[in-house]
Design a protein around this ligand. Sequence first.
Ligand SMILES: C[S@@+](CC[C@H](N)C(=O)[O-])C[C@H]1O[C@@H](n2cnc3c(N)ncnc32)[C@H](O)[C@@H]1O
Length: 243
Amino acid sequence: MSSSNPLSPRTRHARQLFGGIARQYDRMGYLLSFGQDRRWRRFLVERPGVRSGGRVLDVATGTAGVAMALAGRNGARVVGLDQSEPMLRVGEASLRAAGLEDGVTLVVGQAEHLPFPDSAFDAVTFTYLLRYVDDPAATLEELVRVLRPGGTLAGLEFRVPNAPQWRAAWRLYTRLGLPALGALSSRAWYRTGRFLGPSIEAFYRRYPLAEQGAMWRAAGIEPVFVRTMSLGGGIVTWGARAR
Ligand SMILES: C[S@@+](CC[C@H](N)C(=O)[O-])C[C@H]1O[C@@H](n2cnc3c(N)ncnc32)[C@H](O)[C@@H]1O
């Protein structure tokens, strides 16, 4: 994708990161999360207003895992958008293999500047996106812009567990386990394994949950619901756009 604006260091890093891990992303994501990522995505697509189908946009769709789960539900017409062409290419192959290519359109683009008119979608989903953007509040506003009034926004993200014993185990796993397991696959996965834990913690230091809730409300979602999952390792947030 070409752009007249120079890419920020955060965007450049995200593109490089996912360009290097796209081919093994689905398998490694499943292994490294002990299969929890699929549970979280299933919960995401079951949210009221998302499961009812219609026009659904999945942002940061990557290899199209969420888009595939959305496709074929209640006649949903799904658009998956991502800035990483290598991730989308893997997604395209998976859609073809699953016979779902007619239900999902994949688009290269950035969450910060969506190439869609206002109120174009009945639901918008996103996964693991906000840690990769420079301005999460502005990005949430952009996601809500393309959502019709009354439509649902739902997002999935990692989380740092609250309970001290699970937090300690999570730290041990993210600082030692993830890089070690990643290294068994490739250098790019080793780097990803080292990056993830500090990236998640830095995000919650900068944007504690209460502040994230305030950002959702400022973007026009009210009320905002959250569900923490897997001992606090994942979190799904959702709500409807005010009418
Ligand atoms: C961890 S992957 C998630 C992929 C998939 N949704 C899933 O459930 O596994 C994060 C994705 O966000 C994409 N991404 C990061 N920043 C983005 C941005 N500003 N705009 C669009 N996509 C972005 C990356 O390219 C990557 O595919």
